[in-house]
Design a protein around this ligand. Structure first.
Ligand SMILES: NC(=O)c1ccc[n+]([C@@H]2O[C@H](COP(=O)([O-])OP(=O)(O)OC[C@H]3O[C@@H](n4cnc5c(N)ncnc54)[C@H](O)[C@@H]3O)[C@@H](O)[C@H]2O)c1
Ligand SMILES: N[C@H](CO)Cc1c[nH]c[nH+]1
Ligand SMILES: [Zn+2]
Length: 441
């Protein structure tokens, strides 16, 4: 086992500091090259290609075209397979996620009188069809089913369809089906990876073409979304998970180590950093990691050790909390915990983070599974321009304008001046006195 990275930010050059903010997603060239033929095969062969990739890439040897869509009987079996405690936790999470997302639902329409007799506003309608990608590979993700389905249902999208890889036995993860049905999504396709993105983008004999695909995934999924961005709206960029723990000197380094491992265990391509100005917190964290690894499964130990000793994770000592906050902003993490007895003191200093969890009782796990805000979040500095998945990802907005006879003269006079300046004669004619003549017809 290699030791976790430990660095003091002040000892780093500007380039070395910047290099710490790189993610595995920064170079997708390998994946882009590999997924291009998969996308083309799905475009030209449809279901035939989906079955072939399900058999080869997901090892679902018994997969058939007829079996690509989950049946009602498979949903019913899933409820019998999943423990009651898991079903209850799914219900608990969905209730909170729904409660949170209902607050985001826009009014169907608003209008304002911007000038006497001139009205302007917005109208919102659900997108007609959205595919929800639910990963399955380095884990199964009923929680992602909850996070993608609920905002789509709240937005009243008429055609929601989950795409998720089949396991080797040809079935979809049972808790994913339970979560889908409780959330209100009954269309689930057994297709994952790049082929799922292609199936949603082009449609196949079985799979209905979608206008948008949301949901996180491995670099295979991220690469496919990037290549098909001209065919389907790929939503916010959500790739390998990232966690950052910002800790001041008021907390236990043992606690910081515990939460550092949360996102580090997703996969070797994830990122996880502890940033603190406290040498004590840093040292306690380093000393605690072996004890925590002894409580984890071998695969999760392997993933988190790869992250913490590789290019995308470790423990960083900053000069001060100010410097630590500056580094957080340079990094723009997906999940951020502000671990302090006074977390609100630092909230104003953090401007770049997709999710900010405050205090010592709000670990990322609670955000991932139970609290309500969406845990499908932008990665790889996406937080600089995107927010978490939300109801607004499932609706489109049209602006509405209505000018009355009373409001017309002032609007027309000003519009004509600019139409003339820009040299558009038809634009200008339409707001000239000629219009008033035509209106008399
Ligand atoms: N950003 C977020 O909000 C968020 C949320 C949850 C999970 N995640 C991330 O999503 C990712 C999920 O990854 P995963 O692997 O568990 O599931 P996944 O479903 O994204 O990827 C598995 C699929 O990849 C394809 N694949 C695997 N090997 C391949 C190969 N050699 N060639 C072509 N295709 C191949 C297969 O089709 C397989 O079904 C993780 O990185 C996790 O950290 C992110
Ligand atoms: N941390 C993930 C988002 O990056 C969400 C998740 C689901 N299950 C476990 N984790
Ligand atoms: Zn997670």
């Amino acid at each position: 086992m290699s030791a976790p990275n430990f660095k003091r930010l002040k000892s780093l050059s500007r380039e070395e500091r910047k290099a710490l903010t790189n993610r595995s997603e920064a170079d997708l060239s390998f994946f882009l090259e590999k997924v291009a033929p998969i996308l083309e095969a799905v475009r030209t062969e449809g279901d035939e290609a989906l079955v072939r990739f399900g058999r080869t890439l997901d090892k679902a040897e018994g997969l058939t075209k007829a079996g690509l869509k989950v049946t009602q009987a498979e949903f019913d079996t899933a409820f019998a397979l999943v423990d009651d405690a898991v079903i209850e936790a799914i219900r608990f999470g969905i209730a909170n996620i729904r409660s949170f997302h209902e607050e985001q639902a826009p009014e169907p329409m608003w209008m304002k009188e911007v000038r006497p007799g001139a009205f302007a506003g917005d109208r919102f309608l659900p997108i007609n069809s959205v595919a929800l990608y639910v990963p399955r590979g380095k884990g199964s993700f009923p929680s992602v089913t909850m996070m993608t389905s609920v905002p789509g249902v709240v937005a009243k999208v008429p055609n929601l369809a989950i795409m998720t890889p089949p396991g080797p036995d040809g079935t979809v993860d049972a808790a994913t089906l339970v979560a889908a049905r409780i959330a209100g999504v009954e269309t689930v396709y057994k297709v994952g990876g790049a082929q799922a993105v292609a199936a949603a983008a082009f449609g196949t004999e079985t799979i209905r073409k979608a206008q948008k695909i949301v949901g996180p995934g491995s670099p295979w999924v991220v690469a496919a979304k990037r290549l098909l961005a001209g065919v389907i709206d790929p939503g916010l960029p959500a790739g390998p998970s990232e966690g950052m723990i910002l800790a001041d000197d008021t907390v236990s380094g043992r606690l910081a180590a515990m939460d550092l491992l949360i996102e580090a265990e997703h996969g070797p391509d994830s990122s996880a950093w502890l940033v603190t100005p406290s040498e004590r917190v840093a040292q306690e964290a380093i000393d605690t990691l072996p004890e925590l690894w002894s409580r984890m499964t071998p695969q999760r130990v392997e993933f988190s050790q790869a992250v913490l000793s590789g290019a995308s994770g470790g423990i960083l000592v900053a000069d001060s909390m100010e410097d630590a906050c500056a580094f957080v902003n340079e990094y723009a993490p997906e999940h951020l915990e502000i671990m302090s007895t006074k977390p609100f003191d630092y909230l104003g200093d953090i401007t770049e983070a997709a999710e900010i969890l405050l205090g010592t009782h709000t670990p990322v796990s609670i955000g991932n599974f139970a609290l309500g805000p969406n845990a499908v979040l932008p990665t790889s500095k996406g937080a600089q321009t995107y927010g978490p998945l939300s109801v607004s990802d499932f609706v489109r907005r049209s602006s509405i304008g209505y000018v009355t006879e009373k409001g017309y003269p002032e609007m027309a006079r000003n519009a004509k001046i600019l139409a003339d300046y820009e040299g558009f004669s038809s634009h200008a004619n339409a707001v000239s006195d000629l219009r008033l003549d035509f209106l008399k017809d």
